[in-house]
Ligand binder design. Structure first.
Ligand SMILES: [Zn+2]
Length: 324
């Protein structure tokens, strides 16, 4: 077969799960005391099983960002996620917003969580996602700390305007962040679409539950056809649990947390049936292979190394594609 007769490989997207219990979310911190978490009836094991079973049905693999508290209490769940072929990563220990912590508190929390997850699995982790997307402009120091603590990538910065999180002008596609301490941290922002000069969140959590499926589909198509980038999908195990106990809290929190829970399974099923998904670590491995291939091509063609030589292709492409 001639090369141009070959069909292009369909794009693979990124699947991620923030493994936390329904009472640990930011929306209900006013009603639920962290010190009393152990008194709440936990549903995270059963709910994560629902996620795992659904993923298995579609042969979809993803990255599971564990809350350290959950990993410590349910180490068998950590091992099960790992044994079913998924990547393990970190979603803090106490699920506190990063901007509410001092750098020392953040480092301590991150170490405690990393230790709990690695202790349960016996394997090192490389990825971090902040609770409630809470790495914002006021706490970019957290990225330096993550790199110092051995993380190589992060998916915590939502390039949108929101009352609790977000960096509206942040880059929308994967890039490499240069830390103030000289280290580097790969960044994977969750998916957004541009409408009238604003970034709208797409294909994750409450937005996946609440927005019509046609909007999610538009996001995938735009990423595939226009941007040539992967969609970062995210969800929480409690989103597949319409029977979870109701917690009293502000109306806005209840709307965000409880709307369309009973439709999430079907919506997710549709998303997973249409496309292929992989964890972050596989994307990083592909990027590393591309960089290596680029380097050997440059060597063999006798070109002098340029300043982009150490950047994965996507990071270079991003600066060229600029304001999409
Ligand atoms: Zn969370």
């Amino acid at each position: 077969m001639k090369k141009h007769d070959q069909k292009p490989k369909p794009m693979t997207h990124i699947l991620s799960v923030d493994v936390e219990d329904y009472f640990q979310v930011e929306a209900f911190t006013g009603s639920v005391d962290r010190k009393g978490w152990h008194r709440w009836p936990s549903r995270v094991v059963a709910n994560t099983h629902r996620v795992l079973d659904l993923f298995d049905q579609h042969n979809a693999k993803g990255t599971f960002f564990f809350v350290g508290w959950v990993a410590e209490r349910f180490p068998h769940l950590v091992r099960e996620v790992q044994s079913r072929g998924h990547e393990l990563a970190c979603h803090s220990y106490w699920h506190r917003t990063v901007y509410s912590l001092t750098p020392d508190e953040f480092r301590k929390d991150t170490r405690q969580a990393k230790h709990a997850i690695e202790n349960a699995s016996g394997s090192p982790i490389a990825g971090y996602r902040a609770p409630s997307w809470s790495i914002t402009k006021s706490c970019l120091w957290a990225l330096d700390i993550l790199a110092e603590e051995g993380f190589t990538y992060d998916s915590s910065i939502y390039p949108i305007r929101h009352d609790l999180y977000g960096v509206p002008g942040a880059q929308r596609f994967p890039y490499t962040h240069d830390c103030a301490n000289g280290l580097k941290l790969r960044q994977f922002p969750p998916a957004t679409l541009r409408f009238f000069g604003t970034n709208l969140p797409a294909a994750g959590g409450g937005y996946l539950r609440i927005f019509p499926s046609a909007f999610t589909e538009l996001a995938f198509r735009t990423f595939e056809k226009k941007y040539g980038e992967r969609v970062v999908v995210y969800l929480h195990p409690w989103e597949l649990d319409p029977e979870q106990p109701r917690i009293s809290g502000p109306l806005k929190s209840r709307v965000r947390h409880y709307t369309n829970l009973k439709h999430m399974h079907a919506k997710l099923n549709t998303v997973l049936s249409r496309r292929k998904f992989q964890p972050f670590k596989d994307v990083l491995a592909e990027e590393a292979a591309e960089t290596e291939a680029q380097q050997s091509a440059r060597h063999s063609s006798g070109l002098v190394a340029d300043k982009h030589l150490h950047e994965p292709r996507h990071a270079v492409a991003h600066t060229a594609k600029g304001r999409r």
